[in-house]
Design a binder for this molecule. Structure first.
Ligand code: HEM
Length: 238
């Protein structure tokens, strides 16, 4: 499964933990199913699926995902260093660096100063930072939403973007996982790591609700990008 994948050792499961009965990833999936449909059918994501999104709005979308992933990966590393979140802090699935590569190739070296971070992305970052506090249980909801999303629907987006904008491979690093041999196997392993979360009932419920919040934050960001486009405002003053 590639050298960069950290071992996922089975942690002791708390006897009174709900996870023994209902697995966390399945609960997250059930709780976010309708939000997943809404995410596909709204904002710049829907625009990409329909082939109506502009290159500018796609670039601005990536620009605003960058601080989100930076916050998430920083939080996962910090929690993992504290002996929490077994198996979730996986550099092989991290996106911050690949986003920076795509933004440099799509926009140029000045993307960080030239492209704005929208309030919807700042709100998302603050939520992740809040979720990292205490037992960091809520980070399970954020990791599930972004990384399982990237490992699933992200591959659909890659094909559409390559065709729609004729992007060269070096503009699609966000969808590539060079350190992962089998995306399918990794998807299962990562989902198992979420299912093995040694969370007490309150932490389990908080993680599920945070997953729903993470979807809502993604939808709000996707819509904010689209609203700029609809308002005919340039995504950025290039
Ligand atoms: C371009 C639009 C999208 C498409 C075509 C798409 C497609 C898919 C597909 C086919 C699956 C596998 C479903 C299954 O195994 O039952 C999936 C899973 C998932 N998607 Fe999406 N998706 C899209 C957008 C999103 C967005 C925007 C998010 C969140 C920000 C997201 C988060 C997820 C998650 C978390 C899963 C894993 C479900 C699980 O295994 O529990 N997806 N997606």
């Amino acid at each position: 499964m590639g050298s960069a994948v950290r071992g996922i050792s089975r942690p002791p499961v708390a006897s009174d933990s709900l996870s023994a009965k209902t697995l966390l990833a399945d609960s997250l999936k059930a709780r976010t199913q309708s939000l997943h449909r809404e995410a596909e059918q709204s904002g710049v994501i829907a625009g990409i699926l329909r082939g109506t999104a502009s290159r500018d709005s796609y670039v601005l979308f990536l620009r605003n995902l960058h601080p989100v992933y930076m916050a998430l990966e920083r939080a996962l590393e910090a929690a993992s260093a504290r002996g929490r979140l077994f198996g979730l802090a996986q550099p092989a699935v991290y996106r911050t660096a690949s986003l920076a590569q795509d933004l440099s190739n799509l926009w140029g070296a000045t993307w960080q100063s030239a492209l704005p971070v929208l309030p919807a992305a700042e709100r998302y970052v603050r939520c992740i930072e809040g979720a990292a506090l205490g037992d960091a249980a809520r980070l399970y909801g954020h990791a599930y939403t972004r990384y399982l999303g990237d490992l699933n629907g992200g591959q659909v987006l890659r094909r559409l973007l390559a065709r729609r904008f004729d992007f060269a491979p070096d503009c699609l690093n966000f969808y590539d996982f060079p350190e992962i041999d089998s995306l399918e196997r990794f998807r299962i392993t990562y989902r198992n790591a979420i299912d093995q979360a040694p969370l007490p009932p309150a932490g389990f419920r908080a993680a599920v609700e945070e997953g729903a919040l993470a979807f809502a934050l993604n939808i709000a960001l996707s819509r904010a990008i689209d609203a700029l486009e609809d308002a005919g405002q340039p995504a950025y003053d290039g």
